[in-house]
Write a protein that binds this ligand. Structure first.
Ligand SMILES: [Zn+2]
Length: 313
């Protein structure tokens, strides 16, 4: 709980401020989040998921300084409501990768007129173990002392050094948990580590979540994360909405190129004939993967009030 409080507090939320939460995960997650908010001294306004009207009304009437929700839901709200002038100064996103992708974050910050901070936890270990500080350069390990973090190669399981620039799957071990501690728990989160000094003064290592090991595809030997595809595609906004769907043709992880990707056009944007090719080329340059990009009209890919599905199986 102290670790969760530290992780949320890194964003700069301060005692006395109001925070609207959309946690809907039952007593373990929601209760732990509540305790963390109380520890910081925040006024917690729980709204839950799946009730957008109530959330928008809560923002209008109760004027919170912060909200906490999934990046998909934050994007959905920014797309459908005029939130730029709201009281919200900080949007805390958690629950899935995406909040750290620069183009996607830019869209959220513009839509909300607020700064976006990423937090990351795992239900089995703690509601929020990592939290971004006001430098917005990756999530600090807020639960240091309570949780030990390691990095492994997801394919071989071999330990990797936790050093600046290293990437791999995050493995966590409870250090102080009573009764049923988890030892070397594989999170399936694929992260990149930063250990360079942070201007905020925190010395805990930082991570940026690149994607879920579960979502990873291997296209002719190259590891490809759907969230990384979304990041590259999002840079084409406002010509694109930022919503994508990867449609693997073969079952399992290994795929043959070109990998089919549906990319949603921006609002009122028509296919000019060159965009799909430009996106495909950029994907090849950045991710070294050959794709077949299909442009689809604005609004045709399903939005989520919880977590986005990036892969169609
Ligand atoms: Zn920092």
């Amino acid at each position: 709980m102290t670790g969760s409080a530290r992780s949320y507090a890194a964003s700069g939320v301060a005692p006395g401020q109001r925070i609207v939460s959309t946690y809907n995960a039952g007593p373990f997650v929601a209760g732990a989040a509540l305790q963390a908010f109380e520890r910081i001294g925040l006024v917690h306004i729980p709204v839950g998921t799946g009730n957008t009207d109530r959330l928008v009304r809560a923002v209008e009437l109760l004027r919170p300084e912060a909200v906490v929700l999934t990046p998909s839901y934050a994007a959905y709200l920014a797309e459908n409501f005029d939130l730029g002038g709201s009281s919200v100064e900080r949007v805390l996103v958690a629950g899935e990768p995406g909040g750290g992708e620069p183009a996607f974050r830019g869209m959220l910050e513009e839509g909300w007129g607020a700064k976006v901070f990423e937090a990351m936890g795992i239900g089995d270990m703690g509601v929020s173990l990592w939290g971004e500080c006001e430098e917005q350069d990756g999530m600090h390990l807020g639960a240091r002392g309570f949780v030990h973090a390691e990095l492994i190669d997801p394919e071989t399981g071999a330990a990797l050094p936790v050093e600046d620039g290293a990437s791999g799957e995050l493995v966590l071990t409870h250090l102080q948990h009573r009764a049923a501690p988890l030892l070397r728990f594989r999170t399936r989160d694929h992260v990149q580590v930063r250990t360079s000094p942070c201007a905020c003064g925190r010395t805990a290592p930082r991570v940026r979540c690149i994607g879920r090991t579960d979502d990873m595809l291997i296209v002719r030997g190259v590891n490809v994360f759907p969230s990384a595809i979304r990041e590259v595609v999002s840079a084409f906004a406002p010509d694109v909405s930022g919503h994508i769907r990867v449609k693997p043709e073969a079952p399992g992880v290994k795929q043959e190129p070109p990998l089919p990707v549906s990319v949603e056009l921006g609002r009122d944007v028509a296919d000019d004939g060159a965009l799909a090719e430009a996106i495909s080329e950029r994907l090849r340059d950045v991710l070294v993967v050959r794709t077949r990009v299909e442009l689809v009209p604005w609004g045709s890919l399903q939005r989520s009030e919880y977590k986005s599905q990036l892969v169609d199986r």
